[in-house]
Ligand binder design. Structure first.
Ligand SMILES: *Cc1c(COP(=O)(O)O)cnc(C)c1O
Length: 396
């Protein structure tokens, strides 16, 4: 069924405005072309340069670039020593990858509920879910707002747990003026086109631990080393040893070249995102039907997503109708996220509905608005006008 704009009228926009989009410029393209003409298409010096740039950008000692953010989470779970029989606590309000990486290591994902204000993992519920089997925590900086890292690191220390921060949304964010990527034991970032900077596909893990860095590096490339200090023997210049069962999770030099070029514009990308979020906040703050994203005073979000919560008590319809009406206005709204354990694969594993009531209740009320650096303020105004039009029409 085609959904018409309200009362068959003209939509606010003629063409669909996407919810997220990369920004690739001529400099990026030149960098990629240069890499293509170089000696290495993969695993050359460009990877090392990208890792150094990235680590510098987030104030971490080490960075390991891999083929995508999911591979980065998998590598981090491996490096944390997560194995069969272990439990790992994460949030249900995330992309499936945050929990899938636990299953890759044959461990059990345990879901702690969210804080209904910040939408990030609830610290009290997190601590309640810790058992003698808990090995690690994978908190997610939802929408780019960091989790309360001081509390999480303190809980982890008390219970001897590894913290793998899923910062796929939070490149450029900070917590108490410290860069995200420099605080947790390991921090994972995604370089997918909708994220802050892109390499097409790509992911990266940052850490301050040499031991974890070595494990991550080994895992990325089959578990194979040529480092004579690590090998059991050495039969000659051709010789290498496989010490662990790793994967081929390497990023190419072509992608790394794009990453280096993109990273130069990270600060301006984040600024633009903040500006649009500010525009949205100002437009919606006085509107009782809408709840704008709450920002904790210790956290500076990098605004990967702008998630608007509907106050359904004041509306005649549910989220579905509001969503459809906004799409009919050619606003590319989205929903982040379906609680992970609602997904059929997780249902088959036996996670009951009702497990995390705050996350479930929030899921019924959220809509993600378009937000990306290349959006103009006219684009943002179109979004605002469409939201105001739809809410006005559907309010009680
Ligand atoms: C994007 C994303 C990932 C990783 O995604 P890839 O597409 O594999 O790079 C992981 N967690 C969250 C929360 C994400 O949004």
């Amino acid at each position: 069924m085609e959904i018409l704009a309200i009362e068959g009228g003209k939509p606010v926009r003629e063409k669909l405005l996407p919810y997220g989009r990369q920004w690739v410029n001529d400099e990026d393209i030149d960098a990629v072309v240069k890499a293509l003409k170089g000696d290495f298409l993969t695993t050359g010096p460009t990877i090392t340069e990208f890792e150094a740039d990235f680590a510098g950008k987030v104030n971490a000692k080490y960075a390991v670039a891999v083929s995508n953010g999911t591979a980065a989470l998998h590598a981090a779970c491996y490096a944390a020593g997560i194995k069969e029989g272990d439990e790992v606590i994460t949030t249900p309000l995330t992309f499936a990858a945050s929990a899938n990486c636990i299953l890759y290591q044959k461990a059990t994902p345990v879901f702690a509920d969210i804080d209904p204000k910040t939408y990030n993992i609830d610290i009290n519920d997190l601590e309640k879910k810790i058992t003698s089997k808990t090995k690690a925590i994978i908190p997610v900086d939802f929408t780019g707002q960091p989790v309360l890292l001081e509390d999480i690191m303190a809980i982890a220390k008390k219970h001897n747990l590894v913290v793998i921060e899923d910062a796929a949304h939070a490149l450029g964010a900070s917590y108490k003026n410290q860069k995200i990527g420099s605080i947790a034991d390991m921090t994972e970032f995604s370089l997918h086109p909708v994220k802050h900077v892109t390499t097409g596909e790509g992911g990266i893990i940052t850490t301050n631990s040499k031991e974890l860095y070595d494990k991550l590096s080994l895992f990325r490339s089959h578990g194979i080393t040529r480092d004579t200090n690590k090998m059991l023997s050495n039969e000659g210049p051709w010789y290498y040893e496989q010490l662990e069962l790793g994967y081929n999770y390497r990023l190419t030099d072509i992608q790394a070249a794009l990453g280096i070029s993109q990273l130069k514009r990270l600060d301006s990308f984040v600024e633009k995102r903040k500006e649009i979020a500010r525009q949205y906040n100002e437009a919606f703050e006085g509107c009782g039907e809408l709840i704008t994203p709450f920002q904790h005073r210790d956290c500076a979000s990098s605004w990967h997503l702008y998630v608007l919560q509907l106050n359904l008590d004041l509306l005649r319809v549910g989220r579905r109708e509001i969503f459809d009406a906004l799409r009919a206005e050619n606003i590319g709204v989205n929903v982040h996220y379906i609680p992970v354990y609602y997904l059929p694969y997780y249902q088959k594993l036996g996670y009951p509905r009702g497990l995390c009531s705050n996350a479930e209740a929030l899921y019924e009320r959220i809509i993600t608005l378009p937000l990306y650096p290349q959006m103009s303020s006219t684009d943002a105004n179109d979004v605002i006008n469409a939201v105001v039009k739809v809410i006005k029409y559907y309010k009680k």
